[in-house]
Design a protein around this ligand. Structure first.
Ligand SMILES: [Zn+2]
Length: 179
């Protein structure tokens, strides 16, 4: 018995009724970027089924160089694999979702940030840049950051949203637009 045992039992039940999904374009035509917080799972919040939407999660749901790397490659891959199946100028929308009560909010406090830097080896500047104190502000900044990246495909659009953990409701802060 390990901590994974109950999860593997649930997987056994899942696999019993499982129908494999062939590789194809994500049917929702949306890529979700959100926080790794266990309360904001996009599959549950949006009722996503298998093969509907790729999801990238990190602390805060922030647009980092590594996220831009993944999106650039996924745009290339989508065009290579499914270029004939999707509109020539439209691959997918990246929906960036930040949330209230984010654990990255503590990093707005300089004392906490200093302690975190000491414990993790990350710089205080990097931790300050990663903070999510007001999700409405950070999500707008990250939409801009992604839209202005020279590595973003012009066939990808970007939108920004805030998930209120108290109500479960997601509201749109920035409507989707192309670079
Ligand atoms: Zn969070």
């Amino acid at each position: 018995m390990t901590r994974m045992t109950p999860l593997l039992e649930r997987n056994e039940a899942f696999a019993r009724d499982y129908t494999p999904v062939p590789l194809g374009p994500p049917t929702a035509q949306v890529l979700v970027l959100t926080c790794l917080d266990h309360r904001v799972d996009p599959a549950i919040i949006f009722g996503l089924e298998l093969a509907e939407a790729p999801v990238i999660r990190n602390a805060g749901g922030r647009v980092t160089e590594s996220v831009i790397d993944d999106i650039a490659y996924l745009a290339f891959l989508a065009e290579q694999l499914f270029g004939a199946q999707v509109a020539a100028d439209r691959l997918f929308e990246v929906a960036i979702i930040h949330h209230t009560q984010c654990g990255m909010g503590f990093l707005g406090d300089p004392g906490f940030r200093r302690q975190a830097a000491g414990a993790t080896g990350l710089s205080e500047a990097a931790l300050e840049a990663a903070a999510v104190v007001d999700p409405h502000i950070t999500v707008k900044a990250d939409v801009e950051r992604l839209l202005t990246s020279p590595r973003l495909s012009p066939k990808v659009s970007v939108s920004g949203h805030v998930h209120d953990v108290a109500t479960g409701r997601v509201t749109t802060t920035v409507d989707a637009r192309h670079p």
